[in-house]
Design a protein around this ligand. Structure first.
Ligand SMILES: Nc1ncnc2c1ncn2[C@@H]1O[C@H](COP(=O)(O)OP(=O)(O)OP(=O)(O)O)[C@@H](O)[C@H]1O
Length: 474
């Protein structure tokens, strides 16, 4: 998804030092800032952004408004699986640390986001479809001081020095900080303790402009690892991170009164911010050059992905009300940043666990199909057996019936045979009497009767022997 860097401007109220100065900039609507010219010609210019925030008398309410309008949106993007980045940019003393960290009485965007994150985590009960969501949170905290990347959570050695790390490039051209420690956190208190621990170590000094000026760029990263587990055990994994960055402020040595070590720090800060400006200008071009000078500073090298790659990024340009040069420079810079495009995408992965689950399910499906076809075969055999049994029953009934009929027929035949024998005797005696008398006219009739009786007799005999054979009564 092609995204533009979202740009918000935050104007702080005049400080005590600025009480006698007249403001040259004002927020005229939710997305417009008016910068008044300070020269004789009196030209004013409107700058338009995604959000513009002014300051009220209630810092806590202002902080909440800023978080609700911006911070939560980027937390939700991260929970959706997008890498996100919010960085506060602006001149020294313009309110970057106030915006990102704030104070206990008016917490800034980072502590609010951490609190919100754990509140959301606690709400991740299984959904109605039985999907369980596991959210693991890790965090790391680094600063870039004098072009050195230092782990703010690694602790200090005996000489109070902080371990430094190298920025490396992966094969896919993204960069990472080698050796940076990541801590798994389970509660909002744990993550806020680590934030506090890092803030205490981070280099800050008093300057003419700011009593507690950050002398380093600080990057607090929250890594989210979410697993959605379906009731069947399928796992969908989403990995994302939220980079929350409080940049050191650009400064004019004359205004900040920097000398010695402070001057050296200031020039390193300005150098890395110039390099950030150059990268942003190049990325904002319609025909952006193939070679973007990310390697020019540790800051741009660490932020390579957040500025021009896979990230939804937001810049909060902090401005002071009375410094025309610095404020208009920040507004111009912010205007250029609006044109920078990034290519954020959801970082979801088919985990190997899920692949294994899929394989297992495929195997189970095959087994089930085989069992089903076996059952089908058994059913066919059963059906066949049933048919055979029915046929058998039918045949048995028929045989029984035929046997009964045969016995009945046999009895009739036996009786007929007896009657035949008796009749034959009668006929023979009649025939004898007739031969002795002269009833020769009856001779053919008698002969025919004798023949019929023989034919009938032999039929009865053959039927009897057939009956005996089939009924087994012999
Ligand atoms: N919006 C604001 N409302 C109230 N106070 C603010 C606001 N912005 C900044 N301040 C106050 O102004 C002072 C300077 O702010 P902050 O330290 O945040 O500036 P900074 O941009 O981080 O400066 P540096 O770059 O020097 O670190 C602090 O005392 C801070 O509390």
């Amino acid at each position: 998804m092609v995204d533009s860097i979202k740009v918000a401007v935050r104007l702080r109220a005049p400080s005590k030092r600025e009480e006698d100065l007249s403001p040259i900039v004002q927020v005229v609507s939710g997305n417009t800032v008016l910068a008044k010219s300070v020269d004789q010609r009196g030209f004013s210019r409107n700058f338009h952004f995604d959000h513009c925030f002014s300051s009220s008398n209630d810092p806590e309410e202002d902080q909440e408004k800023l978080y609700d309008s911006l911070g939560r949106e980027y937390l939700l993007h991260a929970l959706d699986g997008y890498n996100t980045c919010i960085f506060a940019y602006g001149q020294t003393g313009s309110g970057k640390s106030h915006t990102m960290n704030g104070q206990p009485s008016a917490p800034g965007l980072i502590p609010r986001l951490c609190k919100d994150l754990f509140e959301v985590r606690d709400l991740l009960a299984p959904t109605k479809d039985g999907i369980t969501v596991e959210l693991n949170v890790k965090c790391s905290y680094l600063e870039i001081y004098n072009e050195q990347v230092r782990d703010l959570l690694a602790g200090q050695d005996a000489n109070n020095s902080i371990s430094s790390c190298r920025v490396r490039e992966r094969l896919d051209r993204t960069t990472f900080v080698e050796g940076l420690q990541e801590f798994t956190v389970h509660t909002v208190d744990e993550i806020l303790d680590l934030l506090e621990q890092g803030n205490e170590i981070r280099v800050t000094e008093a300057t003419h402009v700011n009593d507690r000026s950050s002398r380093s760029h600080a990057i607090f990263t929250i890594a989210l690892d979410q697993k959605e587990i379906s009731p069947l055990g399928q796992v969908l994994e989403r990995k994302s991170h939220i980079k929350l960055i409080d940049l050191a402020g650009s400064e004019r040595a004359s205004a900040s009164g920097s000398k010695g070590e402070r001057f050296k720090e200031g020039s390193k800060i300005n150098k890395s911010l110039s390099s950030l400006g150059r990268v942003i200008s190049m990325l904002a071009k319609k025909n952006k050059p193939k070679l973007i000078p990310y390697r020019d500073s540790a800051l741009t090298w660490v932020l390579k992905e957040s500025l021009g790659g896979n990230s939804k990024t937001c810049m909060i340009a902090c401005i002071s009300p009375c410094d025309y040069e610095e404020t208009t420079s920040t507004l111009r810079y912010a205007t250029i940043a609006k044109s920078v495009k990034t290519a954020a995408h959801v970082n979801s992965y088919e985990t190997s666990e899920q692949k294994e689950q899929m394989e297992l399910m495929k195997r189970q499906l095959n087994d089930l199909q085989e069992t089903l076809s076996e059952l089908k075969d058994q059913k066919a055999i059963q059906d066949q057996m049933e048919k055979i049994k029915l046929t058998n029953d039918f045949l048995e009934q028929r045989i029984k019936r035929e046997r009964e009929q045969t016995v009945e027929y046999y009895d009739q035949l036996v009786q007929a045979s007896t009657e035949r024998d008796q009749l034959t005797q009668v006929l023979l005696s009649i025939a004898g009497s007739i031969q002795n008398s002269d009833l020769s006219d009856l001779a053919p009739v008698i002969e025919r009767l004798q023949t019929d009786s023989r034919i009938l007799g032999s039929k009865i005999d053959s039927d009897l022997s057939f009956c005996n054979k089939i009924s087994g009564l012999t």
